[in-house]
Design a protein around this ligand. Structure first.
Ligand SMILES: Nc1ncnc2c1ncn2[C@@H]1O[C@H](COP(=O)(O)OP(=O)(O)OP(=O)(O)O)[C@@H](O)[C@H]1O
Ligand SMILES: [Mg+2]
Length: 263
């Protein structure tokens, strides 16, 4: 069964979208088939990859108006786009029964066509993010290696624990990704140490360095491997993908539980 990942952090600008795109593209480089889901009304992922306007976006699908229609971006990489109207979904779906399970249900029919489904969350902990966490096997937390990154760590853990308790017992923290890392800055190194104290060995060995190519690639509507395969950003995201795959292979085999355990 295809594994579903979410990139989660309610802080803005920490590298969720950059990580979603480049983990997906890195996995495609490693011959995996990946479906990227843009679950952010800002549609940064959709815009960063230059996907042309689609008749069906995640918004229509979540409203029950259409099936998911993935757009093929390149060999092994497919995308479900977003649009601004998605910002209204949180209130529009508020009275829907089982509203946290909408994405889970949509993915039921498509997840097995892919090795991985990767969801880019918005910078909030509202209904869209709850849908992502409910649908996911693993949550990955990108954290910028800055002082303020440490604020809100407890909140992230609390939300994950609540989702695990009430909505999705399968959910696991896949790992914490240190982003925009500059080894020359003592502060950055200190912050990584503090993140490690909090999350232990969940923190990936691979850190994503601060690299201008990662910031430039979206302006060319490309992932980092298409934009500059020799850049530190490409090297880091490929190493991260390898580490993710290693962890998945070495994680203890769990007995499959029914996906929808409504508590
Ligand atoms: N490792 C990096 N080196 C340099 N720039 C980076 C790096 N990672 C991300 N950026 C840049 O930082 C900005 C924020 O990144 P990104 O959009 O991925 O964050 P986000 O968490 O998805 O933001 P939001 O919360 O608004 O969705 C972008 O301009 C991106 O290009
Ligand atoms: Mg984003």
């Amino acid at each position: 069964m295809g594994k579903v990942f979410s990139l989660l952090n309610h802080k803005g600008g920490v590298g969720k979208t950059t990580s979603a795109i480049n983990i997906a593209a890195g996995m495609a480089q490693l011959s995996k088939k990946v479906l990227l889901i843009d679950l952010d009304p800002q549609a940064s992922l959709t815009i960063s990859l230059g996907v042309p306007r689609q008749a069906v976006t995640i918004y229509e699908a979540m409203r029950g108006e259409a099936e998911l229609v993935p757009f093929r971006a390149q060999e092994g990489l497919y995308i479900i786009t977003s649009r601004l109207e998605l910002s209204g979904a949180e209130s529009e779906l508020l009275n829907e029964a089982g509203r946290e399970y909408i994405l889970t249900e949509l993915l039921e029919t498509v997840r097995d066509d892919y090795d991985f489904v990767i969801i880019d969350c918005p910078p909030s902990l509202g209904l869209l993010t709850l849908n992502a966490l409910t649908a996911s096997d693993f949550v990955y937390i990108p954290m910028q290696t800055e002082f303020l990154a440490l604020q809100g760590l407890a909140k992230i853990k609390q939300v994950i624990d609540k989702v695990r308790f009430r909505l999705n017992k399968q959910l696991e923290i896949g790992g914490v990704i240190a982003t925009m890392y500059d080894s020359r800055k003592i502060l950055n190194r200190d912050i990584v140490d503090m993140i490690k104290k909090y999350f232990g060995d969940k923190v990936f060995q691979t850190m994503i360095r601060d690299n201008v190519a990662l910031a430039e690639a979206p302006s060319q509507r490309q992932d980092i491997f298409s934009y500059n395969a020799g850049s530190p950003g490409a090297e880091d995201y490929l190493n991260l993908c390898r580490e993710i795959l290693d962890r998945l292979e070495n994680s203890p085999v769990k007995t499959e539980m029914p996906r929808q355990q409504r508590v």
